[in-house]
Design a binder for this molecule. Structure first.
Ligand code: AMP
Length: 210
């Protein structure tokens, strides 16, 4: 397990989870995926209601719920990749305080491609592997090719929720990206390309820093 700490940012559908899974394997660092953490705890009763009520609408889950989970994950691991966090300036302040980030990567993808990817995305219920029913990039799609798990569409990959998630991203997360850009710590990558090409670019950047 390395002590590399990375943040991967980008709008919904940019490929953060796919890239994070590859990075987590390659560098033996933990994949902290806030969407997955929240989906696993979707029925948890809190004073703000259940995470599910927000996730299904495409809205951000209230910060006190997710902040506590992320702080715990960060303190439990030396090396990690943050996927889906920070999503607003208050979450960015927590990352600043609790982690020593080695690199912030931003996956840049055009809006048309994002919507198209989300619309045709199916995900393995077991391991989280991501497939696309339109391109069938991994061949015939019945069960997960990695673990044999069941493949399904996420409840929030519906047209209404996709629209809301992109709006949430624009109003709350884009300012964080802008702030990292101004600080000169943002590595912007063209992520319209194939998975392997994007992954190679991230690896090269990490290589330069170590
Ligand atoms: P994702 O899997 O990253 O697309 O996230 C799915 C959903 O989980 C989001 O639309 C939010 O409802 C919730 N979520 C994930 N990460 C966060 C976060 N950092 N802050 C608040 N809500 C989040």
């Amino acid at each position: 397990m390395e002590d590399l700490q990375i943040v991967l940012m980008g709008p919904p559908g940019a490929g953060k989870s796919t890239q994070s899974r590859l990075l987590s394997n390659d560098y033996q660092i933990k994949h902290i995926q806030t969407g997955k953490l929240l989906r696993e705890n979707k029925d948890m009763v809190t004073e703000w209601g259940k995470p599910k009520e927000y996730i299904d609408q495409g809205e951000m889950v209230p910060n006190p719920i997710i902040d506590r989970m992320v702080s715990q994950e960060i303190s439990d691991s030396e090396g990690f990749i943050l996927d889906g966090y920070p999503r607003d300036t208050s979450q960015a302040a927590i990352v600043e305080k609790e982690a020593s980030i080695d690199g912030v990567f931003y996956l840049s993808v055009s809006k048309d491609i994002l919507t198209e990817r989300l619309k045709y995305r199916i995900v393995c219920d077991e391991c989280g592997a991501i497939y696309n029913t339109k391109t069938r990039s991994k061949g015939k799609l019945e069960d997960c090719h990695d673990c044999g798990g069941n493949l399904s569409q996420r409840a929030d990959d519906s047209p209404g929720s996709i629209r809301k998630r992109i709006e949430e991203y624009q109003s709350k997360t884009a300012p964080v990206v802008e702030s990292y850009r101004k600080q000169g710590v943002l590595n912007e990558l063209e992520a319209d390309q194939e998975v392997e090409a994007v992954f190679n670019s991230i690896q090269q950047e990490i290589g330069k820093r170590r």
